[in-house]
Ligand binder design. Structure first.
Ligand SMILES: [Zn+2]
Length: 72
């Protein structure tokens, strides 16, 4: 019997859940509702003029804020 040794391709886990982590690799703050995330994004705008979007995370199913992902 022949066994397949390559069970999993060597992909970086971060690439699958980029929406869940910051660029530094730490998990983003989760918000339970879109409203919470949006008010936090608004605060960031007020304080830092940081333009952030609220989005639902596929990884933890909560909301995060961050820069809008570019679609290419
Ligand atoms: Zn998440």
């Amino acid at each position: 019997m022949q066994r397949r040794r390559r069970a999993k391709p060597a992909t970086r886990p971060l690439s699958r859940v980029a929406s869940h982590f910051t660029r530094e690799g730490t998990p983003k703050t989760p918000y339970r509702t879109e409203a919470e995330a949006r008010s936090s994004a608004q605060l960031a705008w007020t304080l830092n003029r940081a333009e952030l979007d609220a989005y639902r995370c596929d990884y933890c199913h909560q909301w995060h804020i961050g820069k809008r992902f570019r679609e290419d």
